[in-house]
Design a protein around this ligand. Structure first.
Ligand code: AMP
Length: 428
């Protein structure tokens, strides 16, 4: 029986993981520079959380969630990070501990979408959520954080799209305007959108169906319907973006796929590379109603998530591999026993070591040391042990020398660490 990974879910092999570490490390540093601390929430949440917060008529909730029942609970493997973070924020009454909370997360998300390049069923997001600040200043700072991060990791070809959805009052007026626009042309809409019309006409705007695009082309824009408070917020966001020097375009068609957004919305799209239709690198916005919707107090919030696979496709830099500082090639029983001890001593001194325990011939062990890119190969045969020595072969300088076994770990560590400054001297 041939078993393969689940469609749309990828193995990430060690040679690729190096770049993942780089990206994750850069994100952590960047988020922490902006005052964010990491939060880790469960992969499984009550299905109700997503249904309620993301919206019954969104594509994710209608078609893409991995949901199941276990022990009488309806559970869903998280399709995104925001709802879980907000749930945790309310559950732990974080608002009572501090007025403003900044959390970041990294992790796998699951959506049963049709797989394509840049679109997977298990994918990874890095995101930030900020609770407790209603002002436009932090909307602009959030957008600038994303743009600054992309630049920091070497991605320059992108455009920031910004829009406002207004607050609840504006949304209601917009809903009526959309109903007036779509109802006379209902027959031209896709079946899904005909159904959405009654429930949530806003969702028609981000439908992927070409028929819906046609009818949406001259739909009214929410920016023309903002009330005074929404308008002041929107003007404030754009002013702060200008102060920060963030390049952006106002995109009236941007609604994003989830119901929980209020006021500011943004997406960052790649303008180069081969992501095709999957060019959105990051998306986010304000969700001022979610905390109260989850039974917490009225606390405003804003956040975003970036797709890690898509960032990695755009991020320059070839995969690299960690090399052992020292490769140990034992020959014979006494040599192997001595090599076991030496490997332990070297690791305690912070030297990455690989010990060849296959019991093969010297030639094949040297070939392996070369292939791994080791700087030093230590040859330890029974004869050497008997004489109290070992052979060091420098695989770059192509020289070999004999040193006493006594104190060999220190000598080898000094040489290996000199050769690869990345290794940690005396790590433990
Ligand atoms: P969203 O939560 O839909 O706003 O997604 C935020 C970001 O996550 C997107 O801009 C993408 O970069 C990434 N993303 C969303 N869905 C997928 C997916 N199915 N596969 C890969 N990346 C995704």
């Amino acid at each position: 029986m041939e078993l393969r990974a689940v469609r749309g879910m990828n193995d990430i092999l060690p040679e690729e993981v190096e770049r993942w570490h780089k990206l994750e490390g850069a994100f952590r540093l960047h988020a922490e520079l902006h005052g964010y601390a990491e939060v880790r929430t469960p992969l499984l949440e009550p299905t109700e959380l997503f249904r309620h917060q993301m919206g019954e008529t969104t594509d994710v909730v209608e078609k893409e969630m991995y949901s199941f029942e276990r022990h009488g609970d309806q559970l869903t493997v998280r399709p995104e990070g925001t709802a879980g973070a907000a749930r945790a924020y309310v559950e732990h009454a974080v608002h009572a501990k501090e007025p403003v909370t900044r959390w970041y997360y990294l992790g796998a998300m699951f959506r049963g979408e049709r797989p394509a390049k840049g679109r997977y069923r298990q994918f990874y997001q890095a995101g930030c959520e900020l609770f407790g600040d209603p002002g436009p200043l932090c909307d602009a700072e959030t957008i600038d954080l994303v743009a600054g991060f992309l630049q920091h990791i070497g991605i320059g070809d992108f455009v920031v799209h910004v829009n406002s959805l207004g607050g609840a009052g504006t949304r209601e007026r917009y809903r009526e305007a959309l109903l007036a626009h779509y109802t006379p042309r209902k027959g031209e809409l896709s079946e899904d959108s005909q159904r959405r019309l009654a429930k949530n006409p806003l969702r028609i705007l981000d439908s992927k169906d070409q028929r819906d695009h046609e009818v949406s082309r001259d739909a009214p824009s929410i920016l023309d319907l903002l009330d005074d408070a929404d308008r002041a917020h929107w003007d404030g966001v754009r002013r702060c973006l200008d102060v920060l020097g963030v390049n952006y375009v106002v995109d009236r068609s941007l609604v994003r796929g989830l119901d929980y957004y209020t006021r500011t919305l943004f997406e960052v799209k790649a303008t180069a590379g081969d992501l095709g239709a999957q060019s959105t690198l990051a998306g986010g916005g304000r969700y001022d109603g979610m905390v109260a919707g989850l039974g917490g107090p009225s606390v405003p919030a804003i956040g975003f998530a970036m797709g890690m696979e898509r960032l990695l496709t755009m991020m320059p830099g070839a995969p690299s591999r960690r090399r052992p500082g020292c490769f140990l090639a034992p020959l014979g029983q006494a040599g192997a026993d001595r090599a076991l001890v030496l490997a332990k001593q070297l690791r305690a001194l912070g030297v990455p070591v690989e010990l060849d325990g296959r019991g093969g011939r010297l030639k094949s062990m040297l070939r392996r040391a070369d292939a791994l890119g080791a700087r030093l190969c230590v040859i330890l045969g029974d004869a050497e042990v008997e004489r109290g020595v070992l052979q060091i072969k420098d695989l770059v300088a192509h020289v070999q020398e004999e040193i006493p076994l006594e104190g060999a770990a220190r000598v080898l560590a000094d040489r290996a660490l000199e050769a690869s400054p990345g290794a940690q001297r005396g790590a433990r």
